[in-house]
Design a protein around this ligand. Structure first.
Ligand code: SAM
Ligand code: GLN
Length: 338
């Protein structure tokens, strides 16, 4: 069954494929309103000329109908990718016609997005600390809140008056975002970045190379401190930081499908109570830190109190400090080795 609303210059196909409902929808491209009563197969009508603006509006409503958050932004970025343009150029060409083959590319991208794949995996990019990172299912997509860990580490490293090259250890580097942001900011530091996932490390190495700082980072595979040699004398690191998996296992299935179905489980699962990694990292970290060295940990909302207590109880650190994020909730716990 086909419905064509010629005045609105678009057509929806329904009643075949995986379309469960017929569509009685009307998209008014002039006012941008959409009165839809069902969801149709995603298929731009072949032979129907559509401008970038029209395709954009259509895609936005389609994504919205499938409950994709920020449908306009998603539509813009997916269309820009299909046309090999950036968003600025897309806006300069709103009245250009979209070619048939570009519509087909877009259809496939939209299909992936509505089945739950994160936008960043489709575009294979994520910005972090104003740097462009390649991201794909090999590693967690770096989150904006993790920039707080970078910021706090930079403050500490900038204040330290070391006579040697500062050395940093990142546990669980994923895409490499944190380690690379630090190395890019401070060209005199050396970072060891570990991960248990070999495929994440391969991605992180690619990112380090693109950022041009691969000589400042050594990527090591293994279980937390496992691959590192315990120092015989002195301490190898001035700062140890980690954004470990911290989601309570039973809560993983309640996360958005973008996260639970697409991001690596090994990057999320923090054990029965979400604290498994802090329990292991805190006592071991002190063996790798000299006097005055720092430990910085990202925590989930609500975990900063208990993680601070764990550090206090360990006994080798001065009083930990909880750093709030923009919403005022503790996001990073930092403590200095006695
Ligand atoms: N640092 C990245 C970021 O902030 O975007 C990734 C953080 S992700 C929450 C946690 C990372 O820890 C994942 O890359 C995961 O593979 C790694 N990981 C999980 N278990 C580990 C273990 N036992 N030893 C080392 N790394 C581990
Ligand atoms: N920040 C991620 C999320 O909330 C979780 C990452 C982690 O476990 N450290 O989805």
């Amino acid at each position: 069954m086909k419905h064509q609303i010629t005045s609105a210059k678009f057509q929806m196909n329904s009643g075949h494929g995986n379309c469960k409902q017929n569509v009685f929808g009307h998209l008014n491209l002039k006012t941008g309103t959409y009165l839809g009563f069902g969801i149709c197969d995603l298929e731009f009508d072949t032979g129907l000329e559509m401008t970038i603006l029209e395709v954009l509006n259509w895609s936005t409503h389609y994504l919205e109908g499938h409950r994709v958050e920020n449908p306009r932004l998603n539509a813009e970025l997916l269309l820009a990718r299909s046309l090999n343009l950036n968003r600025e150029r897309l806006y300069m060409r709103l009245h250009d016609q979209v070619e048939e083959r570009d519509k087909e590319v877009l259809e496939k991208l939209i299909q992936r997005r509505i089945s739950g794949e994160p936008l960043q995996y489709i575009l294979e990019h994520q910005e972090f600390w104003s740097l462009d990172f390649r991201v794909d299912p090999r590693a967690l997509i770096p989150r904006p809140e993790t920039e707080l860990l970078v910021e706090q580490s930079l403050l500490i490293l900038a204040e330290s008056s070391l006579s040697r090259i500062p050395s940093v250890l990142e546990i669980g580097t994923g895409s490499g975002a944190i380690a690379i942001a630090l190395a890019k900011e401070l060209r005199n530091i050396f970072v060891v970045a570990t991960d248990i996932s070999m495929e994440a490390l391969v991605l992180a190495r690619e990112n380090a190379k693109s950022a041009g700082i691969q000589h400042q980072i050594r990527f090591v595979k293994g279980d937390l401190f496992g691959p590192l040699r315990l120092p015989k004398a002195g301490a190898p690191f001035d700062l140890i930081l980690s954004n470990p998996p911290y989601i309570t296992r039973s809560r993983i299935r309640t996360l958005a499908r973008e996260v639970k179905d697409y991001e690596p489980r090994v990057a999320l699962d923090g054990g029965e109570d979400g604290l498994a990694f802090y329990r292991r990292i805190i006592p071991e970290a002190r063996l790798y830190l000299g006097e005055g060295g720092w430990l910085l940990l990202e925590v989930a909302l609500g975990q900063s109190g208990v993680v601070s207590e764990m550090i206090e109880e360990e006994g080798h650190f001065r009083e930990p400090e909880s750093i709030p994020d923009l919403s005022g909730i503790g996001r990073v716990v930092k403590a200095q080795r006695k």
